[in-house]
Design a protein around this ligand. Structure first.
Ligand code: DGL
Length: 259
């Protein structure tokens, strides 16, 4: 059981930013990453569609014998994790935008959040913002168009630059000092965003916190892998595996799956 893989899924290749954090913190763990790139983006889909796609991904990982599932997608977490937890016995770890640390530390009393429409319109997101928005302004921005560009290998493109300029403008006008990345595809934009933002604006995402939470839950359940062999890391996608390969730092085992 403890040497079964950690299952990780996302609508596409973005959740690899979370896989990288998990692999860095828990290098001994076997991991199976599933990219549902064929159905990306999830961000503009209805809650019901997101739940159905999340069920399909979770069942794939359960059938592959995973011991825990990390929903490495803010859109799937905020719309579907309650359903998954109610209907499957396996433990689930989710990811939500890091509103809390930004709201508690902002000096300018203004923070920006870039996420998908599905995340920003979810009940779970509203519950969090209601808690932390008392004395601060939260500028919410849908990152329309960003995920399709990343999924088609156009991370460093003129179109991307122009989307980001448009999306950051209202935030900078309101003098934000934190930018919360509320989609697991967006950490790949950090080099570009850093060049575009003033020095006092900090960019935060939830990747490290999710890896730590995975470690905490595995420890509590006695499921940390204690085998000393090299970990088995597998990534699979029902989309273009060349794009998935291109954002990985190492040559992992990447394969195409038809699901
Ligand atoms: N990477 C996902 C997220 O964290 C989903 C993006 C999408 O498919 O729209 O929200």
């Amino acid at each position: 059981m403890s040497n079964d893989p950690i299952g990780i899924f996302d609508s596409g290749i973005g959740g690899t930013s979370i896989f990288k954090e998990i692999h860095a913190l828990l290098p001994n763990e076997n991991c199976l990453y599933l990219a549902d790139s064929k159905n990306a983006p999830y961000g503009n889909r209805s809650e019901d569609e997101i739940i159905q796609l999340s069920i399909k991904n979770a069942e794939f990982l359960i059938e592959e014998g995973c011991k825990i599932i990390v929903v490495a997608c803010n859109t799937a977490t905020t719309n579907a994790i309650d359903y998954l937890r109610l209907n499957y016995d396996i433990p689930f770890i989710g990811i939500e935008p890091a509103i809390k640390p930004a709201a508690l530390n902002t000096q300018t009393k203004a923070i920006g959040i870039l996420a998908t429409k599905g995340t920003l319109s979810s009940k779970l997101f509203h519950k969090t913002t209601d808690l932390y928005s008392k004395n601060i302004t939260i500028i919410e921005q849908v990152g329309e168009g960003i995920v399709p560009l990343i999924e088609t290998g156009q991370l460093d493109s003129k179109e991307m630059q122009s989307y980001l300029e448009t999306y950051l403008e209202p935030m900078l006008k309101q003098n934000i000092d934190y930018l919360v990345l509320g989609c697991t595809h967006y950490p790949y934009l950090i080099p570009m965003l850093t060049k575009m933002l003033p020095d006092n604006v900090k960019i935060i995402d939830s990747g490290r916190a999710v890896a730590k939470q995975t470690q905490t839950v595995l420890t509590a359940l006695g499921l940390l892998n204690d085998a000393l062999d090299l970990p088995k890391i597998e990534l699979c996608s029902n989309g273009d595996i060349a794009v998935l390969n291109s954002i990985l730092d190492y040559k992992f085992n990447v394969s195409y799956v038809d699901f």
